[in-house]
Design a protein around this ligand. Sequence first.
Ligand SMILES: [Zn+2]
Length: 254
Amino acid sequence: MPLFRTEAIVIRSLPYGESDRILTFFTRDFGKLKGVAKGARRSKKRFQNTLSLFTYLRLIFFEREGMGLVRVEGADLLQAFPKIRESLKKIYYGNYSLELINEMAGEREPNREAFELLFSFLSNLESEEPKEEWLRMFEVKVLSLFGYRPHLTRCGLCQKGWKELEGEPSLFFSIEKGSLICSSCSKNYNSLFRLSLGTARLLDEISQGDFRKLERFRFTPQALSESREFLPRFIEHQLGKELKSLKTLKSLYR
Ligand SMILES: [Zn+2]
């Protein structure tokens, strides 16, 4: 049985049987990977605390012939992110980022940029007081990196660009079209969300920009409230399901 090594972040961890754990990792080299850690709940020595949620580790695993799950052979702790666990708000933010990655990523489809994005999101969460705009930026980047980038540079129907749309009284985002929609075309669609030109520009720039430079983007209160309305809904539409962690997150802002 060949042995593999890769850097990984624990995105899901469930007890299995009397002493094992079933884990989902997001790895740098293999994308999403599911595995079983034998004796992880009994022998504290072998895996220490390396298999908890959020943990960044070096994973050593065996492929098992014909099995979907790999066998976790070892895990060296690289970073534990202990401060995320100390605040409810940080836990909610963190859980949302893990669920988004878990739902968006295909198994064994490497996506290094998405790996770096998740790592940098968790690092920020560890070291700073979280800001709501981080969630919105994370959503836009995740959508783009997994091939669902919202089309924000022109009306998705008549193709009018930003310049021609400048005088329009109201613009929208169509969830079904995944695109900006001008007011005259809006009558053709249901499930529309208000989206100003400024917000469309900001989100488009974020979607194409380097995620390591996200701190340079500033959200106005309007950009924040418009993004909050449509981005999570757009994601759930793409996934065809509701996100559990989103509900708990919303309770923070009520
Ligand atoms: Zn139009």
